[in-house]
Design a protein around this ligand. Sequence first.
Ligand SMILES: [Mn+2]
Length: 350
Amino acid sequence: MWWRRQLASVKLLGRCFSAAASGEQTRLGIIGVPFAKGQGKQGVELAPDLLRESNLRQVLQSSDERLLITDYGNLHYAVDETLLQQQRQHYYHIRNYADFMACNLALIEQVQVMLQQNAQFLTIGGDHAIGFGSVAGHLQHTPNLSLVWIDAHADINLHNTSQSGNIHGMPVSFLLRELRNTWQHAALDKVAPNCLSKDQLVYIGLRDIDPYEAFILNKFGIRYYAMDSIDRMGVPKVIEMTLDALDTQNKIHVSFDIDALDSNVAPCTGTAVRAGLTLREGISIVEALRDTKRVQGMDIVEINPKLGTPQDVRTTVDSALEILKSMFGYRRSGARHYSNLDTGILGHEQ
Ligand SMILES: [Mn+2]
């Protein structure tokens, strides 16, 4: 029967396509960073393993069959005497500087290893203090980098402007050349010589900006879309303006603080602020960034399963998974790759 032969050849072709598809596989490296010393609440260190137990790998794999995922486990670090000395002499007024720097130095190395072995990487926090090491590691591998920081907070405090002393409110200040002179005892030119250019940073979702942070953002003309701008212009316009601001030759790093989302959909986080992005808005932003095909690194941070009820934890984790799914391939408009499907089904009725 001719159609049976045809069916057989479709299957063979299917196999060929699968083999061809393996050539197009996207390697994704995942690192967990169970760091909680950037702020005062215990629990955020549990997020990497919680996401794994919540089928992160399967969720990502089913969002794009071509992903080839390597999980590098959780990051370890050791604090050395040099860092303790920096802390004692210069940064004793902020909390856990030595731990912060030791963890981020290890992460800077880890990100570079992941980018040597993978096309993309995902860093799971931990609190947002790890945003420094994740982006700095990315910058050392790929100097021409743009950063989209999706967050309720600007995280751009300096050691001498922070009111809380919590270093999860400072990581961005370690990344910009213009602010490095305020961290002159941190040896940043040695540990992370490549800086982020201030015109390649865009914030989305801000709604709790400290006075000195507002001063810094305005002084350097840093682009930020706070919730009032988002309400005025709408997410599509904000996405358009964000993409216009990013150099099309650059790769993109997306640092996603779960507190950017409204606390209805992300209740379990240490510094929740009401009236944030809806889950749909978060997904729209992430989809638009993904569709540039330039996103090379992403962070998801500040999920704290010790805050809230078990139902709250489920809601927060589900929202995080929706965001990650959209970043790594899931399309609300339907899949575009059919190599696992028997495309012969449309041929002839048997
Ligand atoms: Mn943050």
